[in-house]
Ligand binder design. Sequence first.
Ligand code: MEV
Length: 313
Amino acid sequence: MAAARASAPGKVILFGEHAVVYGEPAIAVALSLRTEVIVKEGGDQHRVNGAPLSPYHHAYIKDAIDGLWKGGPLDVRTDSRIPSASGLGSSAALSVATVGALLQLQGRFAEELVAREAYNAEVSAQKGRGSPTDTSTASHGHAVLVDGQKRDGLLWDVQRGERRWYLHHLDVPPLTLVVGHTGVRGRTADEVAKVARFVKRTGFAREVIRDLGRVARSAIPLLARQDKPALGQRMDEAHNLLRILGVSHPRLDELCDAARKHAYGAKLTGSGGGGSMIALTDQPEACAAAIRKRGGTPFTVQLGGPGVSASSW
Ligand code: MEV
């Protein structure tokens, strides 16, 4: 019986979450935390970790199988080091690793194809409003700049309806980030839908989206120069704008305030509504201790690991 394994990284969004859905730029970086998926042909029905595949519990895996697999039953095993609903890209890593393993099983594994098919699977699982930021970052790894226009380092572009996103490779500077997990589950689909309602109703929300885009754009040269004080200030500004947009959470605000005493700046990362924050710091231990003292779960992350990988046997 044929079998394949694939692994994909989680991510943090440094700048541009939510605004990227509306064509503004975003910068996302792969993490060293990863998800692994093994698929094997065989059995009487599709199974995930021994249980029958459930459209409710295994939506991302089901949508990947529905989109890519015409063969018989599959036995799927998953192993993830990325906390779920944490804003750290656990669902994108699961989609990418599942798609990677399915394509590997068919002898069609390629980074760009994985990114496209995983985005299709995620759009269908999330009832489709999001951008390809998370799935492309989990596929390519390193760092990815998403923009509404082409720049140097273009990887691929992805279109959905009227919107087209250009995904670019970005060199990752050796920065230390401390992640603080609130322990509150944030649901990306709900937060993205909430922002969509706000943007539809008010010009003010559209202005906030444009401001988030401006902040992300201004961070690109600062990252290249590793100008930590200026980057930290942009992070604080981005957090404030995301708070105005309604996607922060009191726990996120508290952890950011605590972390800032030992950091250049701090902001929520990903879709918000709970999930995680990040702080840019030269004092990771002090920053992590401050986050822990406020009840968060801190971890120091290495940025810019490799993207999706696969093997078969
Ligand atoms: C979630 O990690 C990032 C969002 O911008 C949604 C998306 O881009 O699909 C909130």
